[in-house]
Design a protein around this ligand. Sequence first.
Ligand code: AR6
Length: 197
Amino acid sequence: MDGLAFAACGLIFRTIMQTWNISTGRLVIRQGDITTLAFDAIVNAANTRLAGGGGVDGAIHQTAGIVELQTACQNIIKKNGTLPTGMAVITPGFGLPSHSIIHTVGPIWRDGKNDEPAKLGSAYAHSLKLAQAHAIGTIAFPAISCGAYGYPVEDAARIALSTLKQGLEANMVREISMVLHDDAAYDTWIAIAEEVL
Ligand code: AR6
C-alpha cells in the first residue's frame, strides 16, 4: 500500500490517496470530485430513468453538458426502456475530462432485507463488465447508493471493495479508483479497505 499526503499551511498533513496492488492491476482510493479527474471512464450513480438528478449525477451532467448527456441518455431509454437496478450502460463523456461515462443504478436502501447487498454488488460488477467489453483500462467509481439512496457507508464499502478486488483479480480493467467526495467518507473507505484488501 502506498499513500500520498499533502500539507495545508505547513501544519496539517492529511493522506488523500492510497493504492493497493492487486494481481497485475491497482486499486486506488482517493478523495476528490470525480468530474475533475481524467480516466477512460467514470461511473455515474444514476436512476432507472437516466433522468439526471442531484449528487454525483447532477455534477456529472453539469460538467459533461446537460443537453448532450440528457439526449444520449434518453436515446438509450427510448431504445431499451428503463435501466434496471444493478445494470449499466455507457455514453460518451462529452465535456468531462474522462472519455466515457458508465451509468449504473444502485439500490435504494430500505432495511437490508430487499436484496440491497446483491443489487449493490451487481451495480459494481456490471459496470466492470461493460468496461471490459469496451477495453477500458482506467475506471473511477463514486460511492454508489451512499448519498440520496441512503445505503450505510461501511456496508456499502465492504461490498464495493470485495467486488472491485474480484474484478482486478480477473484482469477486467487495469486500474480502478474509488473517488470519495468528503473527508469522513474517505476515512471510512480506507478503514474498510484495510480489512477487505
Ligand atoms: N464526486 C465524487 N463523489 C460525489 C460527488 C462528486 N462530484 N458528488 C457527490 N458525491 P448520490 P445515490 C458522492 O446521492 O445515493 C441522484 O439524484 C456523495 O457524497 O449522488 O446512488 C440520482 O439521479 C455520495 O457519497 O447517489 C439518483 O436519483 C455518493 O456520491 C440518486 O441520486 C453517491 O451519492 C442516486 O443516489
